[in-house]
Write a protein that binds this ligand. Structure first.
Ligand code: BGC
Length: 414
């Protein structure tokens, strides 16, 4: 009896000694490498190390995360997954189906995530009822950014319709200014395309096309009108656009070489990191039309061995959804907090507009997941759409042909 008791006591002592010596560590794969992004991820690194964590950085450059996702696949296939990965939308559930994600429900429950996250967003963080990702922010995709001085000097207002946008762009072009700063990378083409699609199809049409993959909508006259407008916009882009990174396009708006950029509000992170002020140096407006396209960054934890790594995952998940990180990170990143209880008084006018429009769109059924940023569809389907969008953008493909290819691409990817 005494022996049994002694070994039980020893086991408890060992367990608690084990827990006490776990030193949180995390190798973090992300694609936040631009000026504004790097400043934002530094906030997380600092909070992690202030709380005793050791951070190993694994940045994979490439806007939109395509290169980061290839790097992730290679790491997982070689049996050496990173501890924490910037991952979002249905890709989270796809990785869960491969059986490689850790369950972070204990942190989510201890921290009361269900009470502070909107249910539409919490749904993206769940895998078969368990919590499998920690949400960072809400980025809005359907924005137009503009250089305030350039618009004023040319007597141009932020456009309320696509016709107004086209008229403004023609006027700017005649004045020798590049109307639209754009980087020719597939995900940027897709970003412009979906912003135009939201405006022209409207929220219900967008949902039918890019969430439900409804063939009638994908091949409709309105979808042809979307491609027509994108074709017009292709003419507003300078000849050096191929391959240009999105943040270099933002810099063109900042320095007045170009007037507008259509990009998610990570572009605001660039303006802010360069010391620019919204309403004075640059302007923000949602694209013509109704609705709100959301893009929620999040981190998923991969199933890795070792108490230190597990402690690192728990600490990271806790900090990411914590109110202090949510405020400071999002002030830098250009997004708004995902928690509903973080005061916005230190946030700028673009962030306030985003929060108001998100709430209103949530009520009217116009709050929609971004297809271009991997929130709406599984990878095979969004990839199939983007292939058509980018080949239309980079050729003289007609709108009739584009919708035909769209329907065929979707049918093949299902
Ligand atoms: C991510 C942002 C990132 C942007 C550019 C988006 O898909 O959600 O966090 O800043 O890509 O890399």
């Amino acid at each position: 009896m005494k022996n049994t008791l002694t070994s039980a006591v020893c086991a408890v002592a060992l367990l608690s000694a084990g827990a006490a010596i776990a030193e949180p560590k995390a190798e973090v794969l992300h694609w936040w490498t631009s000026g504004g992004e790097a400043k934002s991820v530094a906030v997380l690194q600092k909070e992690f190390s202030d709380n005793g964590g050791t951070w190993t950085d694994m940045p994979v450059a490439g806007g939109g995360g395509d290169s980061a996702m290839s790097a992730l696949r290679a790491r997982v296939l070689s049996g050496n997954a990173p501890t924490a990965v910037q991952l979002k939308g249905p890709a989270i559930q796809e990785w869960h189906e491969e059986g490689v994600l850790a369950d972070i429900s204990s942190v989510a429950e201890a921290e009361g995530w269900a009470e502070v996250l909107p249910s539409s967003i919490a749904g993206h963080m769940k895998c078969e009822g368990t919590w499998c990702a920690a949400p960072v922010n809400v980025h809005r995709v359907d924005w137009i950014w503009a250089n305030a001085d350039v618009l004023e000097a040319n007597d141009i207002q932020m456009p309320n319709t696509w016709d107004e946008f086209n008229a403004a762009a023609e006027k700017l072009q005649a004045a020798g200014i590049i109307p639209l700063a754009h980087g020719g990378q597939a995900w940027q083409d897709a970003t412009v395309f979906e912003a135009v699609a939201l405006g022209i199809l409207g929220p219900d049409g967008f949902r039918k096309a890019f969430v439900e993959l409804d063939e009638d909508t994908l091949t409709s006259d309105k979808m042809k009108a979307v491609f027509d407008q994108v074709r017009i916009m292709r003419g507003f882009v300078d000849p050096n656009f191929p391959g240009r990174d999105w943040n270099l396009a933002t810099a063109m708006v900042m320095n007045g070489e170009a007037a507008f950029q259509i990009m998610g509000d990570w572009a605001k992170g660039e303006f802010l990191a360069a010391g620019k002020t919204p309403g004075e140096d640059f302007l923000c407006a949602s694209v013509p039309g109704e609705g709100f396209l959301y893009n929620v960054d999040s981190f998923a934890m991969f199933d890795v061995d070792g108490e230190d790594s597990k402690a690192g995952q728990e600490l990271l998940a806790k900090l990411i959804v914590g109110p202090s990180f949510q405020k400071v990170f999002n002030l830098n990143k250009g997004s708004i907090p995902v928690r509903t209880d973080v005061p916005l008084d230190e946030f700028d006018s673009c962030a306030h507009l985003s929060a108001q429009d998100m709430a209103a769109s949530g009520e009217s059924g116009a709050l929609l997941p971004s297809y271009a940023h991997g929130m709406a569809l599984r990878g095979a389907q969004s990839g199939a759409i983007t292939d058509v969008v980018t080949s239309h953008f980079n050729s003289d493909m007609s709108s009739d042909e584009a919708v035909k290819q769209l329907a065929a691409a979707i049918a093949n990817s299902l």
